[in-house]
Design a protein around this ligand. Structure first.
Ligand code: C2E
Ligand code: MG
Ligand code: MG
Ligand code: MG
Length: 292
């Protein structure tokens, strides 16, 4: 089902959404108050080079510290506002907060990039680039090259002409884009040619299933080849085990993110984590036969 997560296109996904909304029953108004009362927090998940152990950056992931329900994942509240203007306000809070975190990391001696997820509604605003520029201007110490915007492949395909224009304008600012959950949409080579994103983020479903399912392994190999051919960076998400990491390295994908490396954590915890993290001993392609 996760592979079918297109915007309102699939009945299975919608049914899951409806039931989660019934259980939690959070209204747009309640979410507006949560933003005002600063109940949202960002956790950050490291992106690493598995081979060298280098910390490349971190992805900002929103959570709601709900006074009654505890820490709520985004799936339980972002769908409620996704077609509402409030999604833009939340999205801008996320960008501003993530850039503030980059400044704090730098003060702590950690110079890394941050990735922020951008929803369809925010991306499709006519003045998206202007607003992004204004938010960057609030953080003059942060180089725009330290900001990467993750957009779902399915979102990018909703209006390829408009989105490719936004990507080009952001490139002028120095801000990079990644196609998130790559492989789950209907991407074709033609679209990839038009969408000048710097990074492809392989969806975690392929990583999870590659060890058992030859079809998923084949798709993964195809995506890695595609990224190489187009000169795009590649990152695998959902790396949960040492075995996943070893396999990805053999396939030629070095950069990874997943529970097997670190769970998303509060920003202040990242500098200490970075000091202690070591790649798995088996994660070295030295001497490994690359032929598969
Ligand atoms: P995503 O951008 O694809 O983020 C990856 C999700 O997978 C995160 O879930 C992360 O916690 C989870 N994850 C990371 N490593 C592993 C792993 O090894 N195994 C498994 N099973 N899961 C892993 P999370 O934080 O619940 O976020 C879910 C989705 O919500 C994100 O998917 C993203 O699409 C969206 N999202 C999160 N934060 C934001 C935000 O600030 N703005 C917007 N527009 N969307 C957001
Ligand atoms: Mg993402
Ligand atoms: Mg993803
Ligand atoms: Mg996802």
């Amino acid at each position: 089902q996760a592979k079918l997560a297109g915007k309102g296109r699939f009945h299975i996904f919608d049914a899951q959404r409806d039931s989660s909304l019934r259980v939690h029953n959070e209204s747009v108004e309640r979410i507006r108050l949560a933003l005002r009362d600063q109940e949202f927090v960002l956790h950050y998940q490291p992106k690493v080079n598995m081979q060298t152990g280098k910390l490349i950056g971190a992805e900002a992931l929103i959570r709601w510290e709900h006074p009654q329900r505890g820490l709520m994942p985004p799936a339980q509240f972002l769908p409620v506002i996704e077609d509402h203007d409030l999604a833009i306000a939340v999205g801008e809070w996320v960008m501003d907060t993530a850039l503030t975190q980059v400044e704090r990391w730098r003060s702590a001696g950690l110079d890394i990039a941050v990735s922020v997820n951008i929803g369809a509604r925010q991306l499709q605003q006519a003045d998206f680039v202007e607003r992004l520029r204004a938010i960057l201007a609030l953080h003059p110490q942060v180089h725009p090259g330290c900001l990467e915007l993750e957009i779902l492949e399915t979102t990018a395909l909703e209006d390829v002409a408009q989105i490719s224009q936004v990507i080009a304008s952001c490139a002028v600012l120095g801000v990079r884009f990644a196609l998130d959950d790559f492989g789950t949409g209907y991407s074709s080579l033609t679209y990839l040619k038009r969408l000048r994103v710097s990074t492809l983020k392989i969806d975690q479903s392929f990583v999870r299933d590659m060890l058992e399912d030859p079809d998923d392994l084949a798709i993964l190999q195809g995506i890695i080849g595609l990224a190489r051919a187009f000169g795009r960076e590649l990152i695998a998400e959902g790396v949960e085990t040492a075995e996943h990491g070893r396999m990805l390295l053999q396939l030629g994908c070095d950069v990874a993110q997943g529970y097997g490396i670190a769970r998303p954590m509060p920003g202040m915890d990242l500098p200490a984590w970075a000091l202690t993290w070591q790649p798995e001993p088996g994660w070295s392609t030295q001497g490994v036969d690359m032929a598969l």
